[in-house]
Design a protein around this ligand. Structure first.
Ligand code: SAH
Ligand code: SF4
Ligand code: F3S
Length: 454
């Protein structure tokens, strides 16, 4: 960076984020860096001198949307008092990594392109684009270090994401992530434990450990996974709520499963992506587990923690999926009774092995399967929430409900959204980051409604 104190001092910025928690976390670091350099966040592109898109290419729809959104910015007027006289548009994240310079060629209003491995280059690239009239592009093949040493601007002071590993080595046959995030690289155990302790000391209530596959944490550094040990060490800081994502079923160990029964602050919620209930499709997806093994993991989790809330990801319409394969997925979803299922229609990603497979199944047939599954998912979610009615649960409040300002919104240990009327004489802001008991009066499909007890 150039030497002045606040090089972006009069500038405003907006970061637009797509995709997974990795991108959301990276965006927090970008916001932290820009703010450390003096830039000020604003809510709309029309007010922003610098717009950064953190992109996702896991499915085709995300690609198309990005190109549309960036082009639209050309028509956005600049803020009247813009010191730049033009808007700077930067593209990072997974499309930045994949397309590099091609992005700047395809979208003439793009000034900066960076990738997933070099967040820290962004300020220098912005400076370069400002100084010269041509796009500044830098995409690296491998990571230049963990973004954790960059300043962060967290969405909520009381909740923090803590990356424990970056990249992915699993190469599921449909997935682009290993190509845009690189090889799995774990952070040293001591660094993570120290960060967790620091978060705890600054009053953070909830830590979510992040990785594409947290269960294999440490394999590259220590020759064996050390995730169970890491969980115990982070829990030991006394943090009130501990969560993690994402957990690949093939690598989950009995120790990690057991932790749900022994670590009090490990929240009873787990996202365990199954993708399909058919062994034939699981093999074609290169997932590394069978339907039976997945169900046995679910059984062990429920034995360790009977009230655990499970969620999953499902891909419908993987090439060659038959009605019988789909039925096995449908039955598995019904059998497990998930609290939440993220359903996706298979999207061909050029460069992945599955992109070479032909699929004779008509689009309408896949859509019909998808719709059937979504109905089941909603039905399951509604049923899964019913046993909570009449119970008292601790809620970590986030502030007013987005839909109705007279309601407080927060999260239960099982990660359900909980609404409760704001007590008379209080403001929603009084409750931000506060954990308080709520009696659950009603359970809907996607939220619980209750009464604050304290
Ligand atoms: N590492 C995580 C999540 C990665 S992407 C994991 O292994 O679970 C998040 C989800 O997107 C995946 O779980 C999968 O369900 C979905 N997904 C990935 N590639 C896809 C594709 N080509 N088409 C449709 N859905 C896809
Ligand atoms: Fe993609 Fe599979 Fe890696 Fe998840 S584990 S990021 S689905 S390749
Ligand atoms: Fe998307 Fe990249 Fe995450 S492709 S899902 S933002 S790792």
């Amino acid at each position: 960076m150039t030497g002045s104190v606040a090089p972006f001092g009069d500038l405003t910025y907006q970061v637009v984020t797509f995709g997974c928690q990795m991108n959301k976390h990276d965006s927090e670091r970008i916001e932290g860096m820009l703010e450390a350099l003096g830039a000020r966040p604003v809510g709309t592109a029309a007010e922003a001198d610098i717009v950064v898109f953190m992109t996702c290419c896991v499915r085709e729809a995300a690609d198309v949307r990005l190109y549309g959104q960036v082009s639209t910015l050309k028509g956005e007027p600049l803020r009247a008092d813009s010191p730049l006289g033009r808007r700077i548009v930067a593209i990072g994240g997974c499309i930045g990594q994949r397309d590099g310079r091609k992005l700047a060629e395809a979208l003439p209003n793009v000034n900066v392109v960076f990738g997933t491995h070099n967040l820290r280059s962004l300020p220098g690239l912005l400076r370069e684009a400002l100084d010269r009239q041509e796009p500044a592009v830098e995409v690296l093949e491998a990571s230049d270090g963990f973004p954790t040493d960059l300043p962060a601007s967290r969405e909520h002071a009381w909740s923090a994401w803590l990356p424990i590993a970056i990249g992915c080595d699993n190469f599921c046959s449909y997935c682009i992530v290993p190509y845009v995030r690189g090889r799995e690289k774990s952070r040293p155990f001591e660094d993570i434990a120290a960060d967790a302790a620091a978060y705890r000391a600054e009053g953070v209530k909830e830590i979510t450990l992040l990785g594409q596959n947290v269960n294999s944490y440490g394999r590259d550094l220590y020759g064996k996974p050390r995730f169970a040990e890491l969980l115990a060490a982070v829990a030991d800081t006394g943090i009130e709520r501990l969560r993690f994502a994402t957990s690949h079923p093939k690598d989950i160990t009995d120790e990690v499963i057991g932790a749900f029964g022994t670590l009090e602050n490990l929240m009873p919620a787990l996202h365990l992506p199954v993708q399909s209930g058919s062994d034939r499709i699981l093999t074609a997806m290169n997932r590394g587990y069978s339907r039976e093994r997945y169900l046995s993991i679910v059984g062990k989790l429920r034995a360790a923690r009977p009230d655990i809330a499970l969620s999953t990801d499902i891909i419908v319409g993987f090439p060659g999926e038959t009605e019988e394969d789909f039925q096995q997925t449908f039955d598995l979803v019904r059998e497990v009774g998930y609290h939440q299922v993220f359903t996706f229609i298979y999207s061909k990603r050029p460069g992945t092995p599955a992109a070479l497979l032909d699929d004779p199944t008509p689009r309408e047939v896949i859509q019909e399967r998808f719709d059937r599954l979504v109905d089941l998912v909603q039905d399951n979610a509604y049923r899964a929430n019913q046993p909570d009615v009449g119970t008292v649960t601790d809620v970590l409040f986030e502030g007013p409900s987005k839909r109705d300002g007279s309601l407080l919104a927060g999260r239960s240990p099982k990660n359900q959204t909980v609404h409760a009327p704001l007590p008379a004489g209080t403001a929603a802001t009084d409750f931000e980051g506060v954990i308080a008991p709520v009696r659950i009066d009603e359970a809907k499909t996607w939220y619980l409604r209750g009464t604050l007890l304290a």
